[in-house]
Design a protein around this ligand. Structure first.
Ligand code: ZN
Length: 270
């Protein structure tokens, strides 16, 4: 999964944790231009650059704990703001949240109030959406022949079992499929996902009795096993992620030993 903060072309907050000597005494005044970020530079803020006072940090911890977030939610937030996802809100989490707030035009108090919560959830959802444009990394004109589709899925894992070459025309579909499987993988804590069947050549599809217009032939389907999870559990998780808008709507077929998932774009269940 991409870190939404990194996706924004430049973090609006300088990573330097503490103001430099020349900023001393300007705590609540105008920030100097030395960080080179005009947006931050011209806006007076209560706690600059994550430079909250110990009392402010303690107040933020207290506030956030009162909000009643589950450990899972806290971990999700921590992951998003780039701090250790231990599920416990401590000073480091508060500082990271303050930076996230700065980057999102929110007041940098480290408190996860309704606005910050909304921005965090939006950033998390955005980071998990498969089709996010990547302006700083233009796609190569030539689709890859082998190698990685995404961080945890390689093209070879989706290869037709009869050994047929994967046509370039289906590679974008396989990439989209793999990106959705990455979302699933992350949502189940990084459990490994085995692809029993990915792309099927028309010949192989016919040989295994697949439907003529099978999503497998288009490179949009994968029959998967998630280690340590039953097909029912995997199906429920995919369903949940689709409902949350994190995975693409498509087909889910439950079989005794695996789940078929495809990215056809409309709901099909069997
Ligand atoms: Zn299938």
């Amino acid at each position: 999964m991409y870190n939404a903060l990194q996706k924004k072309e430049a973090p609006k907050v300088d990573p330097a944790p503490a103001p430099s000597a020349k900023d001393t005494g300007k705590k609540n005044g105008l920030k100097s231009m030395s960080y080179g970020d005009q947006k931050v530079a011209l806006k007076p803020k209560a706690g600059q650059q994550g430079g909250l006072s110990p009392a402010e940090i303690q107040a933020a911890i207290k506030y956030n704990n009162k909000r009643g977030y589950s450990v899972a939610e806290i971990k999700k937030f921590q992951k998003e703001v780039g701090t250790t996802a231990d599920g416990v809100i401590g000073p480091n989490t508060i500082k990271a949240i303050a930076k996230f707030q700065a980057a999102n035009g929110l007041s940098e108090d480290g408190k996860i109030g309704p606005k910050t919560e909304k921005a965090l959830n939006a950033a998390i959802a955005q980071g998990q959406k498969p089709d996010k444009p990547k302006p700083d990394k233009p796609k190569p004109d030539k689709p890859l022949e082998s190698g990685q589709l995404t961080a945890h899925f390689s093209l070879s894992e989706f290869k037709s079992k009869d050994g047929a070459k994967t046509p370039q025309s289906v590679i974008p579909n396989l990439k989209e499929l793999a990106e959705n499987l990455e979302v699933l993988r992350a949502a189940v804590g990084g459990k490994s996902i085995t692809i029993n069947s990915g792309y099927r050549s028309p010949a192989h599809n016919a040989a295994v009795g697949g439907a003529k217009n099978s999503q497998h032939v288009q490179g949009r389907a994968a029959d998967i096993v998630v280690s340590g999870m039953t097909p029912s559990q995997v199906k429920a998780k995919i369903e949940q992620l689709i409902n949350q808008g994190k995975m693409k709507q498509g087909g889910i077929g439950k079989y005794s030993s695996f789940i078929h998932y495809d990215t056809r774009g409309y709901a099909a269940r069997w």
